[in-house]
Ligand binder design. Structure first.
Ligand code: ADP
Length: 246
């Protein structure tokens, strides 16, 4: 595993309030990482920094094989670099079918193909079918997306992001509002996606994080409080004190 993203000594101040405080995190490629922490810990701001929405006051954000700085890049340039973000609320085109949504996403994919996955070969229809199979919507291709369940819409949006072949996928609370069966499917989907890329999941739900079975970074007051397996961080007294509120 090589380092794909290096956040180094980053701080962000909003109106005199330090939301991110000397934060350093490294993400590998491929890797599945969960980022957890209480409300206000800085999880959203962390994702905003990576996607270029928020520019830090200090520190470095380095990306890719050559360690290019993301700080001077616009949000759209960063997206072209292969950083995709899934917000909590699904944002699929509700009036279009599943196949049409995936087709639109395939057309937006960045530059030349990075790696030749199965889904990259063949006709557009074949590629759409391959992604639909990957996200568990193979039998829903002609469905109007607005008719899908909440969980299915979330998977479709993840599929649309995967169609663009990101090197890093940021996912905000994917399991929120899902049934237990949908959560399980989402776990499998994210684990598979993380076999060939970096996937960072920001999550509140500990049971979901346990199922992801990956390295966990605990944020608190804009810094890393603990890092390691879920068992390791949940045994950490500082984490117990601030995060579990005991
Ligand atoms: P989390 O996602 O972990 O709940 P956030 O990154 O949203 O945390 O917020 C971290 C801290 O920064 C919080 O105290 C929040 O109130 C503050 N904050 C976030 N965005 C802004 C903003 N635009 N202006 C002022 N304060 C902000």
């Amino acid at each position: 595993m090589t380092t794909l993203l290096e956040v180094n000594g980053v701080s962000v101040t909003f109106d005199g309030f330090r939301a991110i405080n000397n934060l350093s995190i490294q993400i590998g490629e491929p890797e599945l990482r969960a980022v957890i922490g209480p409300n206000g810990a800085g999880k959203t701001t962390f994702m905003d920094i990576i996607t270029g929405k928020t520019k830090p006051d200090e520190g470095r954000v380095l990306w890719g094989d050559k360690g290019a700085s993301l700080l001077g890049m616009s949000e759209s340039r960063i997206a072209q670099e292969g950083i995709g973000r899934k917000f909590q609320k699904p944002t699929v085109f509700e009036a279009q079918t599943v196949a049409e949504n995936l087709g639109m996403a395939l057309k937006q994919r960045r530059g030349p193909l990075r790696v030749l996955f199965g889904r990259d070969r063949g006709s557009e229809a074949e590629r759409i079918a391959a992604i639909a199979a990957e996200i568990g919507l193979a039998d829903q291709l002609t469905r109007i997306s607005g008719e899908l369940s909440h969980g299915q819409k979330q998977w479709l949006e993840i599929g649309m992001l995967l169609a663009q072949d990101p090197r890093l996928l940021l996912v905000d609370e994917p399991a929120a509002g899902m049934t237990p069966a949908e959560r399980e499917h989402t776990t499998d989907l994210l684990k598979r996606a993380a076999e060939t890329r970096a996937v960072v999941v920001v999550e509140h739900d500990m049971e979901f994080v346990r199922r992801l079975d990956c390295k966990v970074t605990v944020l608190h007051e804009g810094s890393v409080l603990a890092e390691g397996s879920l068992d390791h961080v949940t045994r950490d007294q500082q984490v117990i004190d601030v995060y579990l509120g005991r």
